[in-house]
Structure formats: C-alpha cells, structure tokens
Ligand binder design. Structure first.
Ligand code: KG4
Ligand code: ZN
Length: 338
C-alpha cells in the first residue's frame, strides 16, 4: 500500500502544503506573504496572522492538485522548528487537528533536516540524488552549517556560523543599500551585471570549519559610509558592482570552508541546500570547484531551495518508514538543533 504524506511548512513567512506519495511529489503549494516587504524584514505577528488565513486554503489546494482524497493520507508531517514561534504554532496546531480528525500519525520535522532531505524528492526531471555519506552546505536566512549526512535521519554538524547566517549577510547588506527584503534574490540579479572584483571586502579569519559574516556586514557598512561622504550617489552609481563584489566575497567565504571540510572528511559527494542555494553565483562556483576537485555536486532545483512543504513531506516520509511519530503533546520549538 502506498504511503501518502501531507507536509506542512510554516516556520517563517511562507505557508506551504505538499503531498508526497512513496517519496514522489504530487503537489507543492506555497503562499508567500508580501506584507513584510514594506518593513524590511519579517514581522512575526503579521506572519502568524497570514499563516492563519492561508493554511486551510493552501492545504485544500495541495490535496486537490494531488488528485487524492483526505482519507488516503497516511500521516501528517509539520515543521516543529526552528523558526518563529507564532508561525510554527499555526502549522503545528493545524497538523495536530488534522491528525486527530483523520486518526493518522503526526510527525514533527526539523526544518533544517527538511532542507537537506529536499535532495531526495522524486519528481520529473530529477535524476540524481546524493549517496551517503555526503557533505551538505546548508545556507539559509537563519542558518549556515556544514553537515555530514550519513543517512536520511543521521546528520552531524561539523561547522557553523558563529554570528550571522549567509542569507542574513545578503539581506542586511541589501538593506544597507536601500534594497527591499529579502535582499538575496535582488543582489543575485544585480550581481549578474556587475564586476565581482570591483571592490574588495575583508574576509573573516575564522579558524576551523566555522563561518562568520558579521565582520563583512560591518566592513560593508563603513565602506559605504566613507564613499557616500565623497559622493552621495555612490550606491546608485555602483549598485551592480557592489552586489557582484559582495556576492563574490560571501561565496568565497562559503566555498573555502566547503573545500576544507571535503578534504578533512575525504567526502566527495557535495550538496548545497537552503534559500541561499538558489544563488546563481554560488551554484556556478560550486559546480566549477566540484569539477576541479573531482566531486559529485548536487544542486537542488530552484523550487526546493527556499522554504517549501515538499521538503517537510519527504522528511516525514523517511520518519514514517522508521515509525518515528510525535505525540499530540509535541510543542513547536523556536530553537531546534539539527
Ligand atoms: O531557506 P529560506 O527560504 O528560509 C530560511 O529557512 O531562512 O532562506 C531564505 C534566505 C533569505 O535570506 C534570502 O535572501 C535568501 O535565502 N535567498 C537568496 C537567494 N534566494 C533566497 N540569497 C542569495 N541569492 C538568492 N538567489
Ligand atoms: Zn528554510
């Protein structure tokens, strides 16, 4: 008999529902929240209200698009954390109600594990998946980690940021330049027409496999402050070069550590995951670095990079196979280490 999982993601500002049957994607609906754009970042209270308004229609559409009936669903998987507590509460409360009403298992998922397991979603056009053990650079708005993935549910963090996440560095520097939130995709677009070596920004002297991005943000801020004092139109005139140089610096900080981690672990299966893995510069640079080092590189399709419920559904599928279910007293966790 088929295993059909309803996945629900509501950790930040995207409300998403997906249906996965035996590891294959049947539907993946995402309702984005434009309400935060004007505020330069996600406003937690507005995010929870929008999740409340969106969750039922999104789940309803995901079930209809998958062409299944509710009674066929084997289990409901939801993001337990990490994330904004008010947002997580909406998804987890809905999932609990759904599980109780249909008398099916409830499965709490770590959002970060979901990002990594997105590599195993089976769908048209996706031909290759990493083999274990692989090394995954998980880069999102809240996390930057190097993870050794030994099995679907066996992961170990071997390096992580000691301050800002890579996505945060993109978003905060974008804000300094007066660009709207989220800044990562806008910097990516502008960088494509700029010169990556126009400006040089300091890279951190972080030892080992850990990352640091707060120094880069500060040096970017001071650099602009000094240039604007000389020329008030500096940002407008040099926007593309600034974006390209900043992106180049962030990518080299990330990839230097990936290379170091690959050498230290002797792992040659290398993957990226999370919102920042949508960055075209990072995707291109990792592909090149992989070719140079003889790695097999795994880059997720764009639709599975930023937050989505398909990744929660696939993680739910592997937990279902192992019988790892949650009780109805399970609480969402704002902090939830991998
Ligand atoms: O994984 P995600 O959707 O949410 C979190 O779990 O944090 O990641 C969102 C982050 C934001 O910081 C956003 O600016 C960044 O991913 N991002 C990008 C790109 N697309 C999204 N950063 C750089 N280039 C992109 N194309
Ligand atoms: Zn995420």
């Amino acid at each position: 008999m088929s295993v059909i999982i309803l996945g629900i993601e509501s950790s930040c500002d995207d409300t998403s529902a997906a249906i996965i049957r035996d590891g294959c994607l049947l539907s993946n609906l995402i309702s984005n929240q434009d309400v935060h754009m004007a505020f330069g970042g996600v406003v937690p209270e507005l995010a929870s209200r929008a999740h409340q308004a969106n969750i039922i229609p999104v789940v309803d559409r995901a079930i209809k698009q998958a062409n299944i009936s509710k009674s066929e669903i084997s289990a409901v998987a939801f993001t337990r954390g990490p994330g904004l507590l008010g947002s997580l509460l909406v998804g987890s409360s809905f999932a609990k109600g759904f599980s109780l009403a249909l008398n099916i298992p409830l499965i709490g998922i770590n959002h970060l594990q979901g990002h990594i397991l997105a590599h195993f979603i089976q769908d048209k056009g996706i031909l290759k998946h990493p083999t274990f053990p692989f090394l995954c650079l998980l880069v999102s708005g809240g996390h930057t980690q190097l993870v050794v993935v030994r099995d679907f549910l066996d992961m170990e963090i071997i390096g992580q940021t000691i301050d800002d996440a890579a996505g945060e560095a993109f978003d905060k520097c974008a804000k300094i330049m007066g660009l709207p939130y989220p800044g990562g995709p806008i910097i990516d677009k502008l960088a494509a027409i700029g010169n990556p070596t126009a400006f040089k920004f300091a890279k951190p002297l972080q030892q080992g496999l850990d990352f640091s991005f707060s120094g880069l943000k500060t040096s970017f801020l001071y650099f602009l402050r000094d240039r604007i004092a000389e020329n008030p139109n500096f940002i407008e005139e040099k926007k593309a070069d600034l974006c390209a140089s900043l992106q180049f610096t962030i990518i080299s900080i990330l990839l230097e550590k990936v290379e170091k981690a690959a050498k230290a672990t002797k792992i040659t299966e290398i993957a990226i995951a999370g919102g920042v893995s949508a960055n075209s510069g990072l995707r291109g640079a990792l592909t090149q670095l992989g070719a140079k080092n003889g790695w097999s590189v795994y880059i997720p399709e764009f639709r599975f990079t930023t937050d989505n419920a398909a990744m929660i559904g696939i993680a739910g599928y592997y937990k279902y196979l192992k019988g790892e279910f949650s009780g109805h007293d399970v609480m969402p966790l704002a902090r939830f280490p991998l």
